[in-house]
Design a protein around this ligand. Sequence first.
Ligand code: ACM
Length: 258
Amino acid sequence: MELRLGVVQNRPKFLKSADNLKAAFELMDRHEADLWVLPEFFASGYNFKTKREAAKCAESADGPLVSLLKAYSSKNACAIVAGFPEKAGKRLYNSAVLVDGEKSRTYRKTHLFGGEKRFFSPGDTGFWTQDVRGVPVGVMICFDWFFPESARTLALKGAQVLAHPSNLVLPWGPEGMKIRSLENRVFSATANRVGAERGLRYIGQSQMVAPNGELCFRLGGDRPQAAVVEIEPWTAKDKKVHPANDLFADRRPRLYGR
Ligand code: ACM
């Protein structure tokens, strides 16, 4: 079955979670999708200056933000992947939750970027896949893209769709994700934000890429927007790039060492 895959590109107002959640839902309300991908820290904003500031926005994985996402998911019969600062005991994680009705599962960012290392603990969940409408979906967050192991691990675990909540600030992410899709023959949906926060500018260009590395679409760099594409997820099962070359069967892990 086809999957209607959507991305939300928002412009959160820093630390105004309720407003930002409402604005994201308004963008989603204009479309129908089976799976939505929202940016990293889409409700809180990103550029925290202190751990205390980050902690004030952080919630547990069964906190009010996830409850509101579950309510939207149930009401609109869609699954949602969305980034949020997660509080777990004394630790903070840069997390993304996959919500599907009342069910949820959390991924904690493996490869922290820049100043995140001052406040957040490196993720300890590892990479997992979860079925959405029968389609195995994997989650990776923003800078995880720079480590080919992230997408490769998810693809080896069977992911047909990579949900990629982001707050991209470096210029290479959108083009880089075309390669991640191509080399793993999977769909990827990168949801980035736009705008600036305390001098940090986010590049937008949220996009979706097909298993052949081609763009389904790429949004602009300055406007909040949502877009949905109907994809044929099963095409990601075919890892052949030539009749003689199946990218997974041809791997030589014994020779890769460290
Ligand atoms: C990033 O990982 N937010 C660049």
